[in-house]
Design a protein around this ligand. Structure first.
Ligand SMILES: O=C(O)CCC(=O)C(=O)O
Ligand SMILES: [Fe+2]
Length: 389
């Protein structure tokens, strides 16, 4: 079924690459009309084609099918044990804060409406605006800061309850870091949650699309602590790339109730994408009703903030990414020009080299690379390349 929908999109939008179309289809929960309406905004001249009978949608917008690929249906994970064994780069803590602190944090955050803005991003070169609202908070307001390529000159300071939450989360993260094996590019300075991005989902139709968090300022093998308060919504996860043993990757859903800390440990951003889908089913909270708030505490690393490569072609900042599409090169860290996000066409590129102060190299042999030990396919390619040398 998914193949039929993908073929339909490929015929209508030949300019878009296949993996982006598949990604969009998945983020629209397999709904072909929804994916098409988004694409028509980006490609207004594309031909409108009739949807084949075999890929028709039901009234609810969800395909009725005998789908065995799992592309639309997530596997639910409900217990700490299931989550931490299924998603190896994560830990979860339900009822993390004392109840009074969690409730007062929620009360403060829902009252603070000032400064929340939709996030802007580019899809196939067109500017899109998210339908949830975000705001950046910091424990110091002194220096300039970038988040998602945007400069924040001033930001609100943490409230007392946010500061208290920061300290408790820092203790928990640093305790876990001592117990877990460290990954090769992980920073060895104690983790701090000096900066937090707050996401506000007012209603069940507010969502956050599939993405992995940008590593540009927080470095490779970063740790991000995500704290949820208010209504319970699903957090979905899937791998960045397809496992050759199953045509489409399993998608997991983790319902995150009020007062839950989900720690995305080193390797999570490299290997997984995540999203908060729009939903029909969710559990409101007694204080906030339909509103769900989330705070992601992040550790901005001076090494990255101070030495970020600038694009030699257009002068824009570069963004740190990791290649994952081709198993032969999967795991290489690269710097790509952010001009593309701003609607400008620039293909500025460097390989990342974290051993150098400038953080980049143009020699592929020096490129910093990490392959997950679960990634049998890329490990096999790597072994073969060593044997052929
Ligand atoms: O709201 C959430 O649980 C996730 C937030 C998130 O993914 C982000 O801010 O990047
Ligand atoms: Fe995220």
């Amino acid at each position: 079924m998914t193949d039929a929908k993908l073929s339909h999109l490929k015929l209508s939008f030949p300019e878009a690459d296949e993996s982006s179309l598949l990604e969009l289809l998945i983020s629209c929960d397999g709904s072909l009309p929804t994916a098409e309406s988004i694409l028509f905004e980006s490609f207004p001249n594309a031909k409108r084609r009739k949807i084949n009978n075999h890929s028709k949608q039901s009234n609810s917008g969800v395909a009725k099918s005998s789908n065995t690929t799992n592309v639309n249906k997530p596997v639910y994970l409900y217990s700490k044990e299931d989550i931490e064994t299924t998603v190896p780069y994560s830990t979860i803590h339900y009822d993390f804060l004392p109840k009074e602190l969690a409730d007062s944090l929620l009360e403060t955050l829902i009252k603070d409406k000032k400064g929340f803005q939709p996030q802007e991003f580019y899809l196939f070169g067109n500017k899109c605006v998210s339908n949830h609202m975000s705001k950046v908070y910091g424990s110091s307001t002194s220096d300039e800061l970038y988040y998602n390529g945007k400069k924040y000159k001033s930001r609100d300071r943490y409230s007392d309850s946010m500061k208290m939450t920061q300290l408790l989360i820092e203790d928990q993260v640093n305790k876990e870091l001592k117990e877990r094996p460290s990954l090769p590019f992980q920073s060895d300075i104690p983790w701090r949650g000096d900066l937090a991005v707050s996401n506000r989902f007012n209603s069940k139709s507010n969502n956050l699309d599939w993405h992995s968090d940008r590593m540009t300022y927080i470095g490779p093998h970063c740790v991000i602590a995500s704290f949820t308060i208010g209504a319970t919504r699903d957090f979905r996860i899937r791998k960045q790339y397809n496992d050759p043993n199953s045509k489409f990757n399993t998608m997991y859903a983790i319902p995150l109730p009020h007062n839950t800390l989900f720690i995305m440990h080193a390797g999570f951003q490299e290997e997984y994408k995540h999203c908060i889908p729009a939903t029909t089913e969710f559990t409101p909270h007694e204080i906030s009703g339909t509103i769900r708030m989330n705070l992601t505490y992040r550790h901005y690393l001076p090494k990255f903030q101070e030495n970020l490569p600038m694009c030699s072609r257009c002068g824009n900042q570069m963004d740190l990414r990791r290649s994952f599409k081709d198993p032969k090169t999967r795991g290489r860290y690269i710097w790509v020009c952010t001009g593309g996000y701003l609607g400008k066409e620039c293909n500025g590129f460097h390989y990342a080299d974290f051993t150098k102060k400038c953080l980049y190299t143009d020699d592929v042999e020096e490129c910093s690379r990490w392959i997950s030990r679960e990634d049998k396919e890329a490990l096999q390619c790597f072994r073969e390349s060593l044997m052929n040398k």
